[in-house]
Design a protein around this ligand. Structure first.
Ligand code: DX5
Ligand code: ZN
Length: 223
């Protein structure tokens, strides 16, 4: 099994020490910085937007993995692409014209991601698989960091992996919400490729070590 990609979520960072937090990510084995945008409509919370994106782009050397928890995300694709996003995830539930939106993300030079809420079946993606680079499975209800992982996610990942294999899709599977070293291995066994981790990284006593552990969670345990 390959090593997973690790995407620490900025939402859990200490904003009073933002540059220090971004420095830490730069020095870590993280592969992305996960950037959660919430609008208070699609989810019952408001997080941050363009001013912070500019700061993240300026001080963070890792690619930005932008997760749009907003209604009508198609209105902001250009702005996030210009702001330096490498991956843009839109929510399946927020897109009336998902095919068009995903196509546009790629046209803008970004990788196209689709996020699914816990109640959304994976079958809705069958007709747009060719337009998708990453599928983000929410393992909590979006809106807040620090929530408990929903165990049903594991079988959802297994089914999604089967769907991708059957369709010869190279799309990556990303998991977001309540991910830690406790469930990383089982998620990777099920087929996950990218692990988003907020609290389990930024609130750890040693965040660099927490990232290292997640990165190496696919390695066999020494007996
Ligand atoms: C939740 C966000 C997540 C969140 C994850 O709506 O999409 O990215 O930051 O945080 P943890 O890992 O603490 O659950
Ligand atoms: Zn997220």
């Amino acid at each position: 099994m390959n090593q997973p990609f690790i995407a620490p979520s900025l939402l859990a960072a200490d904003f009073a020490n933002l540059q220090k937090e971004l420095d830490l990510i730069n020095r870590s084995e993280a592969d992305y910085l996960h950037f959660d945008v919430m609008d208070g409509l699609f989810v019952p919370n408001i997080s941050f937007g363009f001013p912070l994106l500019e700061t993240a782009r300026k001080y963070c050397q890792k690619p930005l993995d932008v997760h749009l928890m907003i209604v009508q995300p198609e209105r902001y694709l250009e702005a996030f692409a210009e702001g330096g996003a490498s991956v843009i995830h839109v929510h399946y539930e927020a897109c009336t014209h998902l095919h068009r939106t995903l196509t546009r993300i790629r046209e803008l030079g970004c990788r196209a991601g689709v996020a699914l809420n816990p109640h959304t079946p994976i079958s809705g993606l069958e007709d747009v698989l060719e337009q998708i680079d990453v599928i983000l499975i929410m393992s909590v209800n979006p809106g807040f960091g620090g929530q408990s992982f929903i165990p049903h996610t594991i079988q959802k990942v297994t089914k999604l992996k089967q769907l991708l294999t059957a369709n010869r899709s190279a799309a990556l599977i990303e998991i977001d919400g309540g991910v830690s070293e406790k469930n990383a291995q089982i998620l990777l066994n099920a087929g996950a490729d990218v692990l988003v981790a907020g609290n389990s990284v930024f609130r750890a006593s040693d965040p660099l070590e927490a990232i290292r552990q997640l990165k190496n969670s696919s390695l066999p345990l020494v007996a």
